[in-house]
Design a protein around this ligand. Structure first.
Ligand code: UD1
Ligand code: MG
Length: 460
């Protein structure tokens, strides 16, 4: 489907009142990515001649997210028809030079739309006898507040009636407006200009252009798409419903790519999570943005991972936390209750229990004992800990950064290491042990006598 003679308008100027949020609705996230990013990506894959994003004044953050497209500002949120009209001047040149056949209008709050569906709408609009408008329809189990598509007996679209304006019988129509429209470019200006505000909300409804086109004898048709694509996010409940769909798609794609998800429903992925082949992910694992997992990695239950790279053959978890900048080397092990941040863990290195490794470089094959802590922060700056290849860090070691432990060095358990340790040296940084033979027996005797004396006092 050639789309170089099509343009897209993305409406995102609405207040999103029902989200009850300080953040613009289209910046709320699904699998870590803003709603509007999904819509812009779906549109971009169609490669239209131009994409216009309609925003309200002051929506700079959204404009940033939409970088690379053209932005039109809707002066006040007077309805979807008014918003589309705000974008119209940005298409003027293409329309007057006859370089445009279709204008697609999509909503910034309908994130799951597929590019193939947009292409199908263009094809349907151009199919002879050409339609002035094609509306994307859906059949939700509960049509609720969606606009209803009123069709004649031949299935031709006559009007879109908003739920608030619908009669009892119109409200019983199951076929609903998803919000996406393909409009003949040459009719766009006149249709938009004819929209009024005589309705329940007193708004300019874009949907009114269908009845306007019909009154002028122009044909309007419907293309239907599966519900999963057309969830409109208006409330936090809608957002959760869309998230569930996105998660299902991401999990399916991971499994399709050769990963085993032991209990997929408990694994939460980000839109950008990259997962290799023969990766196994246990139950209850959460992936924040920026995670890449190479082939053959095992991630055990209850891990929280964000901004981390995990190289082939590594084992992570259970109960591990990898934070941004964690780079886990090939065949390395990160075990339970180990937190890694901004640290490179070398090939085959192990930190199996109860550790914090932050701002560090751990050499290949090093062994980090249970309870090891890198003290990377002095309340003002963060500094680096370097541990050489094959070093052995005894349990309960505190490494006060900046500090370096040489290759092959040994650190005695319980040490506080405040100076660099040379290659192959043994460092012991703890108070020496003092032994007092028989002293425990004496203490026991003394304490028992005291206890008996106290009991006697109470009874007497
Ligand atoms: C709209 C449709 C409804 C459809 C539903 C599908 C109209 C009149 N109604 O209703 O038929 O079933 O979507 O989800 O079109 N926007 C602006 N400027 C405005 C108002 C809205 O840019 O002045 C943008 C919003 O940011 C949003 C989109 O348009 O991305 C839709 O607006 P919204 O208020 O969510 O419309 P619905 O009530 O959901
Ligand atoms: Mg909506």
């Amino acid at each position: 489907m050639s789309s170089e003679r099509a343009a897209a308008i993305v409406l995102a100027a609405g207040k999103g009142t029902r989200m009850k949020s300080d953040r613009p609705k289209v910046l709320h996230r699904l699998a870590g990515r803003p709603l509007i990013r999904y819509v812009l990506d779906a549109v971009a894959r169609l490669a239209p001649a131009r994409t216009i994003v309609v925003l309200a004044p002051g929506m700079e953050e959204v404009a940033q997210e939409a970088a690379g497209t053209q932005v039109a500002i809707q002066s006040a949120p007077l309805g979807t028809g008014h918003a589309a009209l705000a974008a119209h001047p940005a298409l003027d040149d293409l329309i007057t030079e006859d370089r445009l056949d279709d204008v697609l209008v999509v909503f910034g709050d309908t994130p799951l739309l597929a590019t193939a569906t947009l292409a199908a709408m263009l094809a349907e609009r151009r199919r002879a006898p050409e339609a002035a408008i094609v509306v994307l329809g859906m059949r939700p189990a509960d049509p609720g507040a969606y606009g209803r598509l009123v069709c004649d007996k031949d299935g031709m679209l006559e009007a879109v009636i908003e739920a608030k304006d619908a009669t009892e019988s119109q409200r019983r129509i199951g076929l609903c407006n998803s919000g996406v429209m393909a409009i003949a470019a040459r009719h766009l200006g006149t249709l938009l200009a004819a929209i009024g505000t005589d309705n329940a909300k007193g708004e300019y409804y874009l949907t009114d252009i269908v009845a306007i086109a019909r009154a002028r004898g122009l044909a309007c048709r419907v293309v239907e798409a599966p519900l999963d694509e057309l969830v409109g996010v208006n409330s936090r409940a809608d957002l959760a419903a869309a998230e569930a769909i996105v998660q299902r798609r991401l999990r399916d794609a991971a499994m399709e790519g050769g990963a085993t998800l032991i209990d997929p429903a408990t694994i939460f992925l980000s839109a950008d999570t990259v997962i290799g082949r023969d990766v196994t992910i246990g139950p209850f694992v959460n992936f924040g943005p920026g995670v890449a997992i190479e082939d053959g990695v095992e991630i055990r239950a209850f891990c929280d991972i964000a901004g981390a790279r995990i190289a082939a053959g590594a084992i992570v978890g259970p109960f591990a936390r990898l934070r941004p900048g964690a780079e886990i080397g090939p065949d390395a092990h990160i075990g339970n209750f180990v937190e890694v941040k901004q640290a490179v863990i070398g090939r085959g290195a192990k930190a199996n229990h109860l550790s914090y490794i932050g701002d560090a470089e751990i050499g290949a094959g090093a062994n980090i004992g249970a309870g090891t802590i890198t003290c990377n922060y002095d309340g003002f700056t963060k500094t680096l800990t370097r541990i050489g290849e094959g070093a052995f860090i005894g349990s309960n070691t505190v490494l006060v950064a900046p500090v370096a432990v040489g290759a092959g060095a040994y650190i005695a358990a319980g040490s506080a290491i405040t100076r660099d340790v040379a290659d192959d040296a043994l460092a012991i940084g703890r108070a020496p042990q003092i032994d007092k033979p028989g002293r425990a027996k004496l203490i026991r005797k003394m304490k028992t006598a005291e206890k008996l004396a106290r009991q006697k006092k109470v009874q007497g």
